[in-house]
Design a protein. Structure first.
Length: 158
C-alpha cells in the first residue's frame, strides 16, 4: 500500500465530493497540474485505494422501500465456514454490505429489497439455507439518519 501524502488525500477528498469531476477540476481543486494529478489518481486506482465510481441512488425512488440489517451466527468458528458463508452472501445482490463483527453475532449484513413480501421470500428461500447459519436476527430500518458518505480522511478532509 503506497503512503498517501497531502496531495493524494486532497484528491481523494475531492473525488468523494464529486466522483464525476474532471481531472482538470480535481487538479485545480488540489493545487496540482493535470498530468501529475491524473498520474496520482491512476496509481491509487491500480493500488485499489480508489475501488470504483458509482452513482448514489435514492433507494425509494427506484422502488427499494425496505432496508434490513441482519445479524448472523455461524456454526463452528472455522476459516472454511466463514469463507463459505461470506461467498454465499456475496452472491446475493440484495446484500449491499456485510461486516464480520464481534459480540453476540458473527456477521452483520445490510439488505435492500422492495418490500416485506420480498424480504420474506429472500429470508425463506435464500438466507435460511445459507451454509453454517445457526441464527438470524432481522432489524428493520425505520428511516435512514445518515447514509454512507465521505470518509473522514486522516488529515481531517472528507
Amino acid at each position: 500500500m503506497p503512503k498517501l501524502d497531502k496531495f493524494d488525500l486532497a484528491i481523494l477528498a475531492a473525488l468523494q465530493d464529486n466522483g464525476r469531476a474532471t481531472n482538470v477540476e480535481v487538479a485545480d481543486k488540489v493545487g496540482l497540474s493535470p498530468s501529475p494529478c491524473l498520474r496520482r489518481i491512476r496509481l491509487m486506482e491500480e493500488a485499489e485505494i480508489i475501488r470504483g465510481y458509482r452513482a448514489d441512488i435514492d433507494r425509494r425512488a427506484v422502488g427499494l422501500e425496505l432496508t434490513v440489517f441482519i445479524a448472523f451466527k455461524v456454526a463452528h468458528h472455522t476459516r472454511q465456514h466463514a469463507q463459505e458463508f461470506q461467498q454465499a452472501l456475496q452472491d446475493l445482490p440484495e446484500v449491499v454490505g456485510c461486516s464480520m463483527i464481534s459480540g453476540h453475532s458473527d456477521f452483520l449484513a445490510e439488505v435492500v429489497v422492495e418490500n416485506l413480501a420480498a424480504y420474506e421470500a429472500l429470508l425463506t428461500d435464500k438466507l435460511l439455507v445459507l451454509p453454517h447459519v445457526t441464527d438470524i436476527q432481522s432489524n428493520f430500518a425505520i428511516r435512514s439518519v445518515k447514509t454512507a458518505g465521505p470518509l473522514k480522511l486522516p488529515d481531517g478532509r472528507g
